[in-house]
Design a protein around this ligand. Structure first.
Ligand SMILES: Nc1ncnc2c1ncn2[C@@H]1O[C@H](COP(=O)(O)OP(=O)(O)O)[C@@H](O)[C@H]1O
Ligand SMILES: [Mg+2]
Length: 263
C-alpha cells in the first residue's frame, strides 16, 4: 500500500510546496510510482507541475464536493481528477474553488476524515502519495491531510518568527495522532532556506535540535536561485539543474526520507 506523506506548516512561504515537489520528484526518480495531491487552494503545486493548458477543470475541489454531496459517503472521484505528468508521476490538481469548498463543508462530522476517504481507493496504485498543504490548520485540508497520512514533515525556515508556531503545530499533530488512530507520525522537521553564515540560522537549528532531537533532518536545504526558477519551467530541481548544490541537498533529503520510512 502506498505511503502517504504530508508537508505542513501553518505559515506560508516557508517552502512546503518546494520541498513537497522536489522530494516527490526524487522518490519518483528512484523508480517509485508517485502521486501528488495539491490540497492548497493557492494551487502552487498544480501550476508548477503542469502548464496551464494541461490543468484539468475537474480537480480536488470537485472531488470533495462530490464526496460531501452524497450522504452515503460512498462517492469517490479522486481517480477522475488525476492527471499523468511524466515518467512515474501523476497529480490531482487544486484550484481556488477549494477555498469555497472548505468554507462550505467546514463543520460536517465527516470533514476531518474526507482526505483519508478520498485517497482510500487509489492508495494501492502508487508507492508514494505526497500531500501539499495550505498555510493554516484547517479541518478539511491540513488536519485532514495529517489524519490521512502515514507521515508528516514540518517544513520551516530558520527564522524566529517562522519557528514560533512550530510547537503548537507539533501539538496539533500529536493531538490528531491521539484522536484519530492511524493518523500520521512526525517523519521529521526540515530546515529550508538555511544560510549557515547567519547566526539566526545557527541559533534556530540549535533550538530545533534541542526540542525535536533526531527528528530534525540532518540535511539542511540552502537558499538557491535554481529552487525558485525550476517551477516556471514545470521541472523539479533534479531535471532543471542536476549538478546544482540544491539538487545534491535534495538528493540527500530523499535518501533520509527513504531511510526513515523504512524504520
Ligand atoms: N530553499 C529555497 N531557495 C530559494 N527559494 C526558495 C527556497 N524554498 C522556497 N523558495 C521560494 O520561496 C517561495 C515560497 O516557497 P513555497 O514552497 O511556495 O512555500 P509555501 O509552500 O510554504 O508557501 C517560492 O517563491 C519558492 O520558489
Ligand atoms: Mg505552498
Amino acid at each position: 500500500m502506498g505511503k502517504v506523506i504530508s508537508f505542513v506548516n501553518n505559515k506560508g512561504g516557508v517552502g512546503k510546496t518546494t520541498v513537497a515537489f522536489n522530494v516527490g520528484a526524487g522518490l519518483a526518480d528512484e523508480g517509485n510510482k508517485l502521486l501528488y495531491i495539491d490540497l492548497d487552494p493557492q494551487a502552487s503545486l498544480t501550476v508548477w507541475a503542469l502548464p496551464t493548458s494541461a490543468i484539468p477543470t475537474y480537480n480536488v475541489a470537485d472531488v470533495f464536493q462530490d464526496f460531501f454531496s452524497d450522504e452515503s459517503g460512498e462517492t469517490n472521484n479522486l481517480n477522475k481528477s488525476i492527471v499523468y505528468m511524466s515518467d512515474n508521476r501523476s497529480i490531482a490538481t487544486s484550484s481556488s474553488k477549494l477555498e469555497t469548498i472548505q468554507n462550505i463543508f467546514a463543520i460536517r462530522h465527516t470533514t476531518p476524515i474526507a482526505v483519508k476517504e478520498i485517497i482510500k481507493d487509489v492508495r494501492n496504485n502508487f508507492d508514494y502519495i505526497i500531500l501539499d498543504c495550505p498555510p493554516s490548520m484547517t479541518p478539511l485540508l491540513t488536519h485532514g491531510a495529517i489524519i490521512a497520512s502515514d507521515y508528516t514533515v514540518i517544513v520551516t525556515r530558520p527564522a524566529y518568527l517562522d519557528m514560533k508556531g512550530i510547537v503548537s503545530l507539533y501539538q496539533a499533530i500529536r493531538y490528531d495522532e491521539k484522536f484519530y488512530p492511524g493518523a500520521s507520525k512526525l517523519l521529521g522537521v526540515l530546515l529550508n532556506q538555511f544560510d549557515s553564515r547567519k547566526n539566526e540560522a545557527k541559533e534556530a537549528e540549535t533550538q530545533l535540535r534541542s526540542f525535536f532531537k533526531e527528528k530534525v533532518f540532518n540535511t539542511l536545504i540552502g537558499q538557491y536561485a535554481v529552487l525558485s526558477e525550476a517551477p516556471s519551467h514545470h521541472l523539479s530541481v533534479f531535471d532543471y539543474d542536476k549538478k546544482s548544490k540544491a539538487s545534491k541537498q535534495f538528493k540527500s533529503l530523499v535518501e533520509e526520507v527513504l531511510e526513515r520510512v523504512k524504520e
